[in-house]
Write a protein that binds this ligand. Structure first.
Ligand SMILES: NC(=O)c1ccc[n+]([C@@H]2O[C@H](COP(=O)([O-])OP(=O)(O)OC[C@H]3O[C@@H](n4cnc5c(N)ncnc54)[C@H](O)[C@@H]3O)[C@@H](O)[C@H]2O)c1
Length: 415
């Protein structure tokens, strides 16, 4: 199978490329990435040595370039990760979000449509080559915000209303989580299901909603073969350190304040990135054409608790056998005196404009139809993630210093 993965040098795209290469022998992947500040070729450095992968530096808005990729490769699946993805940046400068996230998606679909069309049916709809699909990676932020009507959270199975709303019976839920130490928590009685109307609040979310709706409009109007996936907040290795978890890890290690918006009680659902990649693969291979699928982590938590758990976990991982001493291997990584790694580092800053109160994905449809299960509970995922950051400080320094541009020039400058 031949994949075009856009944004494959970014956080989730790169994890997806790694996941797919490991899982499938018979696969070819073209990565198209503009290498904005968020894209780092070093992230997929190993994968680029694999003969099954090729890389094209460029913009999804460049129609000629996308045409070329389709002319030179018999693309079966497009997986569109490429996007401007940081809400704070969208508040500062919405324009580039609309261009990349909406117009870029339109250009990718137009080119794919032209290359995949073989004829027209009797009603005038295009008929496509078999087995082609365009998968748009959307977000839970398209749904808007939810009430936090259970402020301190409650176990999922104690919440009778959830079991009704999300279409999984109590028994099915218990069975789903039989291997987790604790039942997931929920912070409200309503959840995002695929049927919920879209109600984005930030310029970022609105641009993603535009793309999400356009993809489904192409399915209605041209019978274009699509799926949309809407996922919760991802976390894991290779996450650019402007987003909450990697930023907090970086600041803890440097002994800097940990900025938390407002009271920090905003609730998000956290999804380990590899579980997300698995879900996308399931939708590509089994999703019904034209459908949207939620991919959630069953891991609702308040931002402030995420920050506290991150502090606790960093301490646990770097401290040598409970003594107040940093393990030898992390001596150069932990620049903050150990006694200072505590909750006093938390600094509440002015809340983000229009900050949504709660996102809570209900992935029941994806669970029931495709057998999706987010295997990684937060306590396990956060430990894996922090360990990865501790062991990969070179990557962090590279992406924040812009050194990866040098890497790009060395690898591709002369080609
Ligand atoms: N990270 C999350 O928690 C999360 C949650 C829900 C949805 N998403 C969606 O998943 C996708 C990937 O998110 P991410 O966190 O990996 O983002 P990211 O910012 O880490 O990576 C985006 C990648 O896209 C590339 N890119 C940006 N503009 C481009 C353009 N015009 N042409 C080609 N490439 C371009 C960047 O260079 C970068 O490599 C995005 O569409 C995002 O909206 C992310």
């Amino acid at each position: 199978m031949n994949y075009l993965v856009t944004g494959g040098a970014g956080f989730i795209g790169a994890n997806f490329v790694k996941y797919m290469l490991k899982k499938y022998e018979d696969i070819n992947i073209v990565v198209l990435d503009k290498l904005t500040y968020a894209g780092n070729l070093g992230t997929i450095g190993e994968e680029l040595k694999d003969s099954r992968v090729s890389f094209v530096k460029g913009d999804i808005c460049n129609k000629e370039l996308v045409e070329n990729i389709f002319m030179n490769n018999d693309i079966d699946y497009v997986v569109n990760f490429a996007a401007e993805s940081h809400v704070d940046r969208s508040i500062e400068d919405p324009g580039i979000f609309l261009k990349t996230n909406i117009l870029g998606t339109q250009i990718l679909m137009d080119v794919a449509k032209a290359h995949w069309t073989i004829s027209k049916d009797e009603k005038g709809y295009p008929v496509y080559k078999d087995g082609k699909k365009f998968l748009q990676v959307s977000t839970d932020e398209v749904y808007g915000t939810l009430e936090r009507d259970i402020p301190e959270g409650q176990s999922l199975v104690d919440n009778g209303q959830l079991t009704v709303e999300n279409g999984l019976s109590l028994e099915e839920l218990k069975d789903l989580f039989k291997n987790r130490e604790a039942m997931p928590k929920v912070f409200g009685n309503k959840f995002f299901t695929e049927e919920k109307g879209l109600d984005p609040r930030s310029p970022y979310a609105t641009s993603k909603t535009g793309a999400d709706m356009l993809v489904r409009a192409y399915n209605e109007t041209y019978h274009f073969p699509v799926n949309v996936t809407r996922c919760s907040n991802n976390y894991g290795p290779y996450h650019f350190p402007e987003k909450l978890i990697p930023l907090i890890i970086k600041n803890i290690l440097e002994g800097k304040n940990l900025p938390v918006y407002g009271d920090g009680k905003q609730v998000r659902d956290w999804l380990y990135v590899e579980d997300h990649c698995k879900g996308i693969d399931m939708v590509i291979n089994g999703g019904r054409l034209g459908e949207a699928y939620n991919i959630g982590g069953f891991n609702e938590e308040q931002n402030i608790n995420i920050v506290k758990l991150t502090i606790d976990t960093v301490r646990k991982l770097v401290v040598d056998n409970g003594e107040l001493k940093v393990k030898d291997q992390y001596k150069n990584v932990v620049k903050c005196p150990l006694e200072k790694i505590n909750y006093d580092l938390i600094t509440h800053v002015q809340d983000r404009l229009g900050h949504d109160a709660r996102y809570a994905i209900d992935p029941a449809k994806t669970v029931k139809e495709l057998g999706f299960y987010p295997e990684t509970p937060f306590t396990v995922g956060i430990e894996k993630t922090i360990k990865w950051y501790l062991d990969n400080q070179e990557w962090v320094n590279e992406v924040v210093s812009g050194d990866y541009q040098k890497y790009y020039n060395e690898m591709y400058g002369k080609k």
